[in-house]
Design a protein. Structure first.
Length: 160
């Protein structure tokens, strides 16, 4: 996700980040170094060297910090980011199970009813265009069950 614009809001004590699809806030308290009343933010720029996926800010003291869009999405509990993290974790688990599986890759591909190309896309942890259904099917073929837990939020945790 690319950042279009980032700015500082001293009144809210937060950075305001605009992407092509959403607007987020990221509190100063989560940034390192942390802006304060004595050392306020003097500039904020979208960082082109980081592929517009982060912003860099400078404090009055000259100290600088950068915040990546993933930190912002994590703090704001962005559903797209959370889905991608679930896919990532499930894919890593599938990779681990593949290594210890007695089934050959050819057998797994046949059982999934897919092509070898699609199988390799499925086990690529950097591919986020796959569905949760597909990775669950792979885990099922690898004789795994997946449990989903829904818990009540802990007191004091933030809400988006």
């Amino acid at each position: 996700m690319k950042i279009r614009r980032a700015k500082s809001n001293s009144r809210k004590k937060a950075f305001e980040i605009q992407t092509s699809t959403r607007q987020f806030e990221f509190p100063y308290a989560r940034a390192t170094p942390r802006p304060t009343g004595e050392d306020p933010v003097v500039s904020v720029d979208v960082d082109k060297e980081l592929g517009r996926e982060a912003f860099t800010y400078e404090l009055k003291s000259g100290r600088q910090g950068s915040v990546h869009i993933e930190q912002v999405q994590d703090y704001n509990e962005d559903p797209t980011y959370l889905r991608d993290m679930i896919l990532y974790q499930l894919t890593l688990e599938a990779q681990k199970r593949l290594k210890s599986s007695p089934l050959s890759k050819r057998q797994i591909i046949r059982r999934l009813g897919t092509s070898a190309t699609q199988f390799y896309r499925l086990v690529d942890q950097t591919n986020y265009r796959k569905s949760v259904d597909q990775i669950l099917s792979l885990l099922h073929v690898l004789d795994c069950s997946v449990e989903l837990k829904v818990r009540t939020r802990r007191p004091g945790s933030h809400a988006a």
